[in-house]
Design a protein around this ligand. Structure first.
Ligand code: NAI
Ligand code: MG
Length: 356
């Protein structure tokens, strides 16, 4: 199989972890006889420094012409004081919009060998296997107006929570589709007791559910969901929600089973390439030290193999290799504990590669 992959390393440890993940892709290509090609594009702070923009048009074109996009992370203190349109995060928002990435998928999976790196008790997180599906291109983060103004001489501010019904339908449908291959359970999260947008969301979820009689649907208010996520996360299979609720809940879900450095994500579009990235940021505090955990990015590559290329066996081989390496006791600093083998980023990549 021939595939073109756009690689956008970005800033900080983004460069280190994408380098590692590309090595894993190369290993998969060799072992299974696929031809993957890699083209590199700029995004984020480094791009601002060199090109005066956090997302040059060439990068957008590169991504649109590829079969999948692998992204590291963007940002860092160096660029925090720039005007909003030059912030590295603008590059991220823009690439999501340009590629129509309407849903962000974040699996949270329990690794028995890492149970001790979670702040929660083992019995609470044991067997957790949940998938957060967050709407990514609508809601409060994109609604207009979003501005400060004067009203009767007073300073006021407005942000707008705007959705087309069709945007709700497509992401909720996706959640049901994904649930079919899992435990057939969807929790739709909203704030229907207060927000009109959430009342429509709930109606849409009910409507979509009719097409999936085999899937159990449950509605949960977002404040309760935030509590349930740490009280009894095992009850969840697929959780679907709008942009801001999803932003908050997916970060909460991500601490359930250990380090930020372990958690992958995929962003899905209707047509065109999907984008894969670790959920962590550019980690400027550990940049350049060769200690970043590359596994979140490597697991993102597994999602790419599965979702973009339909290469299930290859995806499983990567996930199994990660499990194997963890079971053998290899740990980067963020997941190290007593009795384990502390390794660098590059050594961790080598171990996974050798296992594949
Ligand atoms: P962060 O995720 O970069 O780091 C949080 C903490 O986790 C740090 O102590 C870091 O060392 C550690 N960490 C993160 N990933 C790790 C890994 N793979 N291995 C080992 N340790 C890891 O979040 P923070 O510090 O809030 O943000 C740093 C910069 O990254 C900011 O400029 C922020 O805007 C940006 N950011 C970018 C994101 C993206 O590109 N998608 C997402 C989140 C933050
Ligand atoms: Mg966030």
């Amino acid at each position: 199989m021939k595939k073109r992959i756009a690689v956008l390393p970005g800033d900080g440890i983004g460069k280190e972890v994408t380098r590692g993940a590309v090595e894993i892709l190369r290993a998969v290509g060799e072992r299974f006889g696929h031809q993957f090609s890699y083209s590199y594009g700029q995004i984020g702070g480094g791009s601002v420094d060199e090109l005066g923009t956090p997302l040059p048009d060439e990068t957008i074109e590169l991504c649109k012409g590829s079969d999948a996009v692998l992204l590291g992370a963007v940002g860092g203190p160096k660029w925090d004081r720039l005007p909003v349109h030059l912030r590295p995060e603008k590059g991220l928002l823009k690439i999501r919009k340009e590629l129509g990435l309407y849903a962000n998928l974040r699996p949270t999976l329990y690794y028995s060998s890492l149970a001790d790196s979670s702040p929660l008790k083992r019995e609470v997180i044991e067997e957790v296997d949940l998938l957060m599906v967050r709407e990514l291109t609508g809601g409060l983060y994109f609604g207009k107006p979003s501005e400060r103004m004067k009203q009767d001489g007073r300073d006021v501010v407005v942000d707008t929570l705007f959705y087309q019904k069709s945007e709700m339908t497509r992401v909720i449908k996706l959640a049901f589709e994904l649930a079919k291959n899992r435990k057939s359970r969807v929790t739709s999260v909203d704030k229907a007791n207060v927000l009109e947008s959430s009342r429509l969301w709930r109606e849409v979820a009910e409507e979509v559910a009719k097409d999936y009689p085999e899937v159990i649907v449950e509605h949960m208010l977002v404040d309760n969901a935030a509590m349930q996520m740490v009280r009894n996360p095992k009850q969840f299979d697929v959780v679907v929600t709008e942009n801001m609720f999803g932003d908050i809940l997916s970060d909460e879900a991500s601490v359930l089973t250990g380090s930020l450095g372990m958690l992958p994500s995929a962003s899905i579009s209707e047509s065109g390439p999907y984008l894969y990235e670790p959920i962590h940021g550019s980690a400027p505090d550990i940049e350049g030290q060769n200690i970043a955990n590359p596994l979140a990015t490597i697991l993102s590559v597994a999602m790419m193999l599965r979702l973009s290329f339909g290469l299930e066996e290859e995806a499983k081989a990567v996930e199994a290799a990660v499990n194997e390496v963890l079971k053998s006791g290899f740990r980067t600093k963020d997941i190290a504990s007593v009795g384990t083998k502390l390794v660098t980023t590059t050594k961790m990549v080598e171990e996974v590669k050798a296992t594949i």
